[in-house]
Design a protein around this ligand. Structure first.
Ligand SMILES: C[S@@+](CC[C@H](N)C(=O)[O-])C[C@H]1O[C@@H](n2cnc3c(N)ncnc32)[C@H](O)[C@@H]1O
Length: 231
């Protein structure tokens, strides 16, 4: 069973297969389109992965800069989003090097990536969150928005940070940095319970794969938080 970082380095196909089954009721794209004006805007996206979130707004935006630490994930995103090739630029960048960039945007968005960076620096959560928020703020044009999506639990009954590091991350965003939180239901739907166990087990580990609580056949509950702040 590969680690999560091995998945990001070598298994973009399997990652993409997982997220293709997530949020089958499309609550995330609906929320993003209703709450943020992407039309004609420049967007910076960090931790782009295979580009599933980029697809939700790229058609509306004028210019999109996509970053990720993994060239392998960006390669898959670039293939998947080839129809928008004239307006998306893909570059390798670690979330801790955002201050080295020289681009600005109306919207800075990231999904399920800063949480990794915060967890990788668990002895300095306050400092790491501060750096991520400040570096994103600097890249934002006046009147722009910061939009962070992170997990509030997979295969769980109610929305809750899945571990202490993420709990502390969310508290910093809300308490110190003035972000507001919205909770979305982002349940997975698979063709069968066996598919769910295989695909989710590959990413979340065999233990979750063999202990899925199906709300209906092929449906696994999940909650996602959207943290947002206007500058
Ligand atoms: C859970 S995936 C999320 C991908 C995408 N945002 C999505 O919605 O599917 C996490 C992504 O963050 C990237 N990542 C993890 N740590 C990173 C870091 N320190 N700097 C930049 N990217 C990082 C990984 O390579 C991976 O593509």
């Amino acid at each position: 069973m590969p680690t999560m970082y091995e998945i990001y380095q070598k298994h973009s196909f399997e990652y993409d297969e997982l997220v293709a089954h997530e949020d089958y009721l499309n609550h995330i794209p609906e929320y993003l389109k209703n709450c943020f004006d992407f039309q004609g805007k420049t967007v910076l996206e960090f931790g782009t992965g295979t580009g599933r979130m980029t697809r939700m707004y790229a058609g509306l935006s004028d210019k999109v800069y996509c970053f990720d630490r993994s060239a392998h994930m960006l390669e898959k995103a670039s293939e998947a989003l080839s129809e928008y090739g004239n307006k998306i630029e893909f570059s390798v960048c670690d979330n801790l090097n955002i201050d080295s960039l020289d681009v600005s945007a109306d919207i800075v968005i990231q999904g399920w990536s800063f949480g990794h960076t915060v967890s990788d620096n668990e002895s300095q959560i306050e400092k790491t969150v501060n750096k991520l928020v400040v570096d994103c703020n600097v890249r934002l044009k006046r009147g722009g928005s910061l939009v962070f999506l992170e997990s509030l639990g997979t295969n769980t009954e109610s929305p809750e940070a899945p571990n202490k590091n993420l709990k502390d991350f969310y508290s910093e965003l809300e308490g110190r940095h003035g972000f507001s939180r919205t909770v979305l239901e982002t349940d997975y739907r698979f063709d069968s319970n066996e598919d769910a166990a295989r695909i989710m087990g590959f990413f979340f580990g065999e233990e979750m794969g063999s202990n899925l609580k199906f709300t209906r056949d092929g449906i696994v509950r999940e909650y996602t938080g959207v943290w947002q702040k206007k500058i």
